[in-house]
Design a binder for this molecule. Structure first.
Ligand SMILES: Nc1ncnc2c1ncn2[C@@H]1O[C@H](COP(=O)(O)OP(=O)(O)OP(=O)(O)O)[C@@H](O)[C@H]1O
Ligand SMILES: [Mg+2]
Length: 289
């Protein structure tokens, strides 16, 4: 038996600059390779009051990013910066930079109304329109000139929001005839009807019972294959159950005021098992907040 020639091994050539380019967050945490949002040194002011400072993080595509932290630390303020909803509040000001798909969200010429079409929002309290279940889903696509078979679109969105089976026989009933959990799923169906890229959720389960909460959580996990989700939650188990990455915010009182700031961001697993900052540890273990 003749011996096989030994394979010639060549050293793999690795360009060190590629390794060095691994993107990291401010704390050196590896950040998502494909970021929908990149936030750098964001600060936010309501008039003279600074509500946020030093927020730098990236939000990965098709990931669920959870924002946690004590009341008043600026979670709602931050999430509303991501779709320029704070623009509607007079006297507010943003500093720093938010890139959305690589371009500045606040650049001159970017219209907030276009942004809000691409970045949907679900609020803490279910807020369906005082209209039928059907119209709640159909209205935004109609207004936005989305050409589609509306019956099909309504069914598709209600199905994706895990509500179709419960409402298919009463689509013309008022949205207010639904339970709180069903109303929240209707709001999610309404949010996805305009085919956004991102869904922002500000404590979407805080008004819901545990069963409805679990349904929304399952829905979030299901939706992330198509959407990027950013969720604010006071429920640590919820953050741990659904999110890929978690950012912890706190209130800084060191300079006399009460300014929200981001303490750290990382994979949810790391944040809940080995946070880098004592303040995060205190918060997630219930010693503070
Ligand atoms: N419309 C507003 N005008 C002026 N100040 C505001 C406004 N909205 C929020 N703030 C202030 O900004 C700070 C951050 O509030 P924000 O609602 O973002 O906190 P949060 O982390 O979402 O709190 P919570 O967990 O209670 O919802 C607070 O001090 C709040 O009083
Ligand atoms: Mg809030």
């Amino acid at each position: 038996m003749s011996e096989m020639p030994a394979p010639t091994m060549t050293e793999p050539t690795v360009d060190p600059s590629v390794l060095a380019a691994t993107p990291v967050d401010a704390q050196g945490t590896p950040r998502p390779v494909d970021a929908v949002f990149t936030v750098e040194q964001l600060a936010f002011f309501y008039g003279a009051n600074q509500a946020l400072r030093d927020v730098s993080l990236s939000i990965g595509r098709h990931e669920i990013t959870a924002l946690i932290g004590p009341s008043g630390c600026g979670k709602t303020t931050f999430i509303r910066c991501l779709n320029r909803l704070n623009d509607l509040i007079p006297g507010t000001r943003v500093e720093g930079r938010i890139d959305f798909n690589g371009s500045s969200l606040y650049a001159p010429g970017v219209r907030a109304i276009d942004i809000r079409r691409r970045i949907g929002m679900v609020f803490q309290k279910p807020n369906p329109f005082p209209k039928s279940i059907y119209d709640n889903v159909a209205i935004a696509p109609k207004v936005n000139g989305i050409r589609a078979n509306m019956d099909e679109l309504v069914e598709e969105c209600l199905t994706r929001a895990a509500l179709w089976d419960e409402v298919k026989g009463k689509l013309r009933d008022s949205a207010f005839s639904l339970s709180g959990g069903q109303q929240q799923r209707l709001c999610i169906a309404r949010a996805i009807a305009i085919r956004p890229e991102v869904i922002l959720m500000d404590e979407p389960c805080s008004a819901l019972d545990p069963v409805a909460t679990i349904r929304i959580e399952e829905l979030m996990v299901e939706l992330k294959s198509d959407y990027t989700i950013v969720v604010v939650t006071h429920n640590m188990q919820q953050a741990a159950r659904v999110s890929d990455r978690t950012a912890f915010f706190t209130v800084d009182v060191s300079e006399g005021g009460r300014t929200g700031m981001m303490v750290e961001v990382g994979s949810t697993e790391q944040m809940f098992t080995a946070p880098s900052d004592q303040r995060t540890d205190d918060y997630i273990t219930g010693r503070f907040g």
